[in-house]
Ligand binder design. Structure first.
Ligand SMILES: [Ca+2]
Ligand SMILES: [Ca+2]
Length: 306
C-alpha cells in the first residue's frame, strides 16, 4: 500500500509538472502571438500614417500653387507660412508646416556651377559663422568638402588626407551636398557647432537666392558688415508689416556683388509633417520646388519615426 501511495504521489507530481510546463508553453505562445499581432498592427498603422503624411504633402503642393496666384513675391505673412493646426484624423492627428529654405544660406552656393569659389557667397558664410560664434576657419573646410578638386583651400582646408586618416576612413564629398546633415562629416564640425549652424543653412541646387523676406536674422546680418544683428532684427520686425516687394530697399545696405544672390521670392520649400496614430509617430520631410508656372514638385522625401 505504501509503495502504491508513493507511486501515485510521483504520478501526481509528474502530472502537475506537465500541466505547469504546458501552461508555460501556452502562455509563451499567447505572448508571441500578442507580440506578432502588435507588430502587424504597428505596421498597418505605419502604412496608414504614410498615407496621411502624403496627404499632408499634397496640401503643401496646393497651398504653394495657390500662393503664386496672389503675386510673385513670398513673405512670412502669406498663408503657406502659417503652420497647419493639428487636424484630427481617424485614430490620431496630423500636423504640418511649410518652411522657406531660401531663408537660409545655401551651402552649395560656396562654389559656382563652374566649380570655382563664389567670393560673395563665401563672405556671407564667413560672416554667418562669426555671428554664430563659430571659428571662421571652418569656411575653408566646408569649401573643400563641396568643391570638386582635392587641393586645400587657403589658408585652412581639409581634403582626403584628413578624412582617410579617420576611423572609419572616408573620402571628401567633393560635390554639392544633398542634406545639411552631411556637414557633420566635415572637419571641425561637432554636434554643438552643427546645432548652432543648422537652422541657418540649407542644401539646395547651386545658384539659389536668399529671400530677404524670410531670411533668418543671422542670415540677414551676414549679408553685409554694415548690418548688425540689431539692424537685422529691425529689418525682420519691419518686414512683417511691410514685406519687401523688390531689392531696392536693401540695395544701399549690401555690396553690389551680393545683390545677385538675393531675391524677394522663393522656389524651394520644405514641408514637415507629423502624423500620430495610436502608438505610431511618423515624421516626413519633403523638399518641394515650385517653378514660375506654379507647378510644384517633390525633389526629396525622408521619413523618421519614434
Ligand atoms: Ca507668395
Ligand atoms: Ca574638394
Amino acid at each position: 500500500m505504501k509503495h502504491r501511495h508513493a507511486q501515485s504521489g510521483i504520478a501526481l507530481i509528474t502530472a502537475m509538472f506537465i500541466v505547469a510546463l504546458a501552461t508555460m508553453w501556452i502562455a509563451s505562445i499567447v505572448w508571441i502571438d500578442h507580440l506578432q499581432k502588435r507588430r502587424v498592427a504597428n505596421l498597418l498603422l505605419t502604412d496608414q500614417a504614410v498615407l496621411y503624411a502624403m496627404g499632408g504633402e499634397s496640401w503643401a503642393h496646393d497651398i504653394l500653387r495657390l500662393d503664386l496666384e496672389n503675386g510673385p513675391t513670398d513673405n512670412l505673412t502669406e498663408e503657406w507660412a502659417i503652420p497647419l493646426p493639428p487636424l484630427p484624423v481617424d485614430g490620431g492627428q496630423i500636423e504640418g508646416a511649410l518652411e522657406d529654405l531660401q531663408g537660409r544660406f545655401n551651402i552649395n552656393n560656396l562654389i559656382n556651377p563652374a566649380g570655382q569659389p563664389n567670393p560673395a557667397a563665401i563672405e556671407i558664410f564667413r560672416r554667418l559663422l562669426a555671428l554664430l560664434e563659430i571659428d571662421p576657419a571652418l569656411v575653408g573646410h566646408v569649401i573643400d568638402w563641396v568643391d570638386p578638386d582635392v587641393d586645400l583651400s587657403f589658408p585652412q582646408g581639409a581634403e582626403d588626407d584628413v578624412y582617410t586618416a579617420r576611423i572609419p576612413p572616408y573620402r571628401t564629398g567633393n560635390g554639392p551636398i544633398t542634406s545639411i546633415s552631411e556637414l557633420r562629416a566635415v572637419e571641425g564640425i561637432d554636434s554643438e557647432i552643427y546645432d548652432a549652424l543648422s537652422p541657418h543653412v540649407a542644401a539646395l541646387p547651386v545658384g539659389t537666392t536668399i529671400n530677404i523676406n524670410t531670411a533668418t536674422v543671422e542670415v540677414l546680418a551676414a549679408l553685409s558688415d554694415d548690418i548688425s544683428l540689431f539692424d537685422a532684427q529691425s529689418i525682420a520686425d519691419g518686414r512683417i508689416d511691410a514685406p519687401f516687394d523688390s531689392l531696392e530697399e536693401i540695395r544701399d545696405d549690401v555690396s553690389p556683388q551680393v545683390i545677385p544672390l538675393l531675391s524677394v521670392s522663393t522656389d524651394f520649400f520644405r514641408v514637415n509633417v507629423l502624423v500620430s496614430l495610436g502608438t505610431v509617430r511618423l515624421y516626413m520631410y519633403s523638399l518641394l520646388e515650385r517653378d514660375e508656372a506654379g507647378r510644384v514638385g517633390t525633389r526629396l522625401r525622408s521619413f523618421g519615426t519614434d
